[in-house]
Design a protein around this ligand. Structure first.
Ligand code: GLY
Length: 353
């Protein structure tokens, strides 16, 4: 088992191993008077709830289950309120623990509910998608969506622990796996050329998956320790994300996050190459790796429509927004743009579907 310690305001460990969920009771040292609220979605519930319940049964504690529909639409005020009411009905108190058992939607909603219920109770992330394991379950960003803006309402709330168990990935649909690879590719481009190059060989990915997950998590850990509250370097993790969020919103979330991120990354990379910043060989590698993992790279909408959404992005600071530019694979930096300047920059990167 690999353990990664995250030294932030509330330090915690990330446990990575096949079957690690069986050790949840021992590793978080739960006592019998603690009860659990498990937030999950219908898919994960039917496939894996029994596995989690069995792992928790050692504690002999009560378990209350709250199940939501899968999909981004579930990151809503309605679900948040229903979950808070549910916890109040069950008299969940500050000794109890919420377990977010699912992908990014469950993690974001659960983490936010845990942040505001009784001004905060503990929560544990048990991510069941590749995307959630390598990115969203780590670092304490929690949120729900507004109708025209993703993650607009939320808080920083670090979990008490994260359990990355590869057994939950066995049933992941190819499409969901590809979405996770969108974020893995992001980590390679941002910080680690060797990691990126490993991703070119899809055939060998399976045997390398656990070290790849661990590598992404430790890269994210380093950034989050340096900038927990996203005022500086952590913004690098938004590579391709301004465009990605606008694509998700315009598509009513029918284009999933990982795919939208791949399009965003390629558009930024093309913009960087056309401005003479990124060598053309690296641009080709980025396109190749995106295609290798069956991810899209062409913009599906008019840039002007996307800019309308980007102007309302939560990352906006006054008249400016930071975009992440790529010098070469493994070497990236933040650049401040006004919105007209950003549109001009993106125009260089437009390659339409
Ligand atoms: N997913 C980006 C971040 O956690 O900052």
């Amino acid at each position: 088992m690999k353990e990664i310690l995250v030294k932030v305001s509330k330090p915690y460990k990330i446990y990575i191993d096949h079957g690690v969920i069986d050790k949840i009771s021992d590793l978080v040292g739960v006592d019998r008077s603690r009860r659990f609220v498990v937030l999950t979605d219908k898919n994960v519930d039917s496939l894996y709830f029994e596995t989690l319940a069995k792992a928790l049964s050692k504690t002999k504690s009560d378990i209350f289950k709250f199940v939501i529909e899968p999909g981004e639409d579930s990151k809503s005020f309605d679900n948040l309120i229903s979950l808070l009411e549910f916890m109040a009905d069950k008299d969940i108190n500050s000794k109890d623990v919420l377990i977010a058992f699912g992908g990014g939607v469950v993690g974001d909603l659960g983490g936010f509910a845990a942040a505001i219920y009784r001004r905060g109770i503990d929560y544990i992330q048990v991510p069941t998608t590749l995307l959630a394991q390598v990115d969203s379950s780590v670092g304490g960003k929690t949120a729900i969506n507004l109708s025209r803006a993703k993650n607009m309402v939320g808080s920083f709330n670090q979990p008490r622990a994260v359990f990355c168990d590869r057994q939950f990935l066995h049933t992941l649909a190819d499409d969901e796996f590809a979405c996770g690879m969108g974020e893995v590719i992001k980590y390679g481009i941002l910080f680690d050329r060797d990691l990126f190059l490993k991703l070119m060989d899809r055939g060998r990915l399976d045997e390398n998956l656990e070290p790849i997950i661990a590598r992404c998590i430790s890269l994210k850990r380093d950034i989050v320790e340096e900038d927990e509250f996203d005022t500086g370097k952590r913004q690098l993790l938004n590579l391709g994300h301004s465009l990605a969020h606008s694509i998700e919103v315009i598509s009513n979330h029918t284009i999933k996050h990982g795919k939208a991120v791949a399009i965003g990354i390629y558009t930024v990379a093309l913009g960087c190459a056309k401005s003479g910043l990124l060598p053309s060989g690296d641009l080709e590698l980025i396109k190749e790796v995106i295609q290798t993992h069956n991810l899209p790279f062409k913009l599906p909408y008019k840039l002007s429509d996307m800019m309308e959404i980007i102007r309302k992005d939560k990352k906006r600071r006054g008249d400016y927004i930071n975009e992440i530019l790529i010098r070469k694979i493994g070497d990236t930096y933040l650049e401040q743009f006004d919105f007209d300047g950003l549109e001009e920059f993106f125009k260089n990167g437009v390659s339409h579907a």
